[in-house]
Design a protein around this ligand. Structure first.
Ligand SMILES: *[C@@H]1O[C@H](CO)[C@@H](O)[C@H](O)[C@H]1NC(C)=O
Ligand SMILES: *[C@@H]1O[C@H](CO)[C@@H](O)[C@H](O)[C@H]1NC(C)=O
Ligand SMILES: *[C@@H]1O[C@H](CO)[C@@H](O)[C@H](O)[C@H]1NC(C)=O
Ligand SMILES: *[C@@H]1O[C@H](CO)[C@@H](O)[C@H](O)[C@H]1NC(C)=O
Ligand SMILES: *[C@@H]1O[C@H](CO)[C@@H](O)[C@H](O)[C@H]1NC(C)=O
Ligand SMILES: *[C@@H]1O[C@H](CO)[C@@H](O)[C@H](O)[C@H]1NC(C)=O
Ligand SMILES: *[C@@H]1O[C@H](CO)[C@@H](O)[C@H](O)[C@H]1NC(C)=O
Length: 313
């Protein structure tokens, strides 16, 4: 009996020991090789300018932060299966231009991804399709001109930073499957207008070259949680160029009037078109009538001499 207990205790002890003192020698050596720093054997940070590739000698690490170097492309094989423990990954400020479509496929436990301060031009909507646990995503300071439909199909994404990206176009359904989104930063882009479906409770939109007409004013006012959005500068239309929202005549009352008037105007136009319809019918009938009369007249005129001739003969 006692022997059994001792054996069980011994097994437990060995198991616990193994779990607690995992051998991270490989990671420590890897960090040394690439001149990165490492803490607890699972958290590696690389600040070295010479880095030109993702260090591939690591395994079972949880956090990898690369903050400088020249890594222009990420390849499909850069993050092997051994890194599926990774929860936090940053590859920022490394002149990154291209990411192969399957690059992050193995990172099933990724929660936080930072690709900011690079030269990315597009985001493939399928790039992160396997990273369903992603909660934070940072593309700030890239060159992404547009967001396409269903751009971020990530059910757990809460925080998305797309500030300073040269964004000109956001598809109306870009965030359709980003249903958990809470915080969205679109500041400092090239947006002139915006209309999309999103449930986020914080949407930052300041510092975009807005087209300051009533419709854009209203939609921005409805979306944004930026406190001082009225200090944004307008680039359009010409009459409002370089004014700030507050100096334009886009107060709520004026906009309400304008929108109502426009509604009335289009209604009137529609009514007018409908009113015109009977007129048109009358006009057509008129033309047909004139044409028929002319025809009958001509027939009569042509027939008369004939009849005369016949009556004469
Ligand atoms: C840890 O792993 C390395 C090889 O990766 C090995 O040389 C070393 O003996 C191991 N240390 C322990 C305590 O198991
Ligand atoms: C995203 O990255 C930028 C630049 O590295 C940083 O300033 C910003 O705070 C980050 N955003 C979030 C939400 O962490
Ligand atoms: C997005 O959500 C719709 C339903 O809302 C679903 O039919 C579609 O498959 C989803 N797309 C992706 C890429 O997850
Ligand atoms: C917004 O929330 C509603 C209700 O939770 C949900 O049905 C809808 O799909 C969400 N829309 C978007 C764009 O996230
Ligand atoms: C814009 O006007 C509102 C109310 O008229 C005012 O509260 C706000 O301080 C003004 N903002 C700026 C930046 O002038
Ligand atoms: C605002 O409207 C008033 C009259 O409604 C007009 O006198 C003024 O010039 C307008 N200001 C601007 C900046 O368009
Ligand atoms: C628009 O039309 C409604 C009735 O259809 C009228 O009550 C309203 O005064 C009109 N508004 C303007 C601004 O002409």
């Amino acid at each position: 009996m006692h022997e059994k207990v001792i054996v069980i205790l011994a097994v437990l002890f060995v198991l616990m020991g193994k779990a607690e003192f995992t051998n991270h020698t490989a990671n420590v050596k890897c960090a040394e090789l690439f001149k990165c720093s490492i803490t607890n054997g699972v958290s590696m940070t690389c600040d070295t300018l010479q880095l030109i590739t993702i260090p591939k000698c690591t395994e079972n690490i949880e956090k990898l932060i690369i903050r400088s170097g020249v890594i222009e492309r990420l390849y499909n094989f850069d993050f092997p299966q051994a890194l599926n423990t990774l929860e936090i990954l940053a590859v920022k400020n490394v002149y990154l231009k291209k990411i192969d479509k399957m690059t992050f496929e193995n990172l099933k436990n990724l929660v936080d991804l930072d690709l900011s301060e690079n030269f990315l031009r597009t985001i493939d909507p399928e790039l992160l399709i396997n990273n369903v646990h992603l909660e934070r995503l940072n593309f700030s300071s890239n060159m992404i001109r547009k967001l396409v439909a269903n751009q971020f199909p990530l059910p757990n994404l809460k925080t998305l930073d797309l500030s300073n990206c040269n964004l000109e176009l956001v598809d109306e359904t870009a965030f359709l499957n980003t249903t958990a989104l809470q915080w969205l930063n679109l500041r400092t882009n090239k947006l002139r207008t915006l209309s999309f479906q999103v449930n986020a409770t914080a949407i930052l939109l300041n510092n975009n070259p807005w087209n300051c007409d009533c419709y854009v004013y209203w939609s921005i006012k409805q979306y944004t949680t930026d406190e001082n959005f009225e200090s944004s500068t307008c680039m359009d239309p010409e009459r409002n160029q370089l004014r700030i929202w507050n100096d334009t005549n886009l107060s709520d009352t004026i906009c309400e009037d304008e929108i109502r008037q426009n509604a009335n105007k289009s209604k009137k136009d529609k009514n007018a078109r409908e009113d015109n319809a009977p007129d048109l019918i009358i006009t057509i009938y008129g033309y047909v009538f004139v044409a028929l009369s002319a025809l009958i007249c001509m027939c009569c005129c042509c027939d008369k001499p004939k009849r005369k001739v016949s009556s004469c003969s």
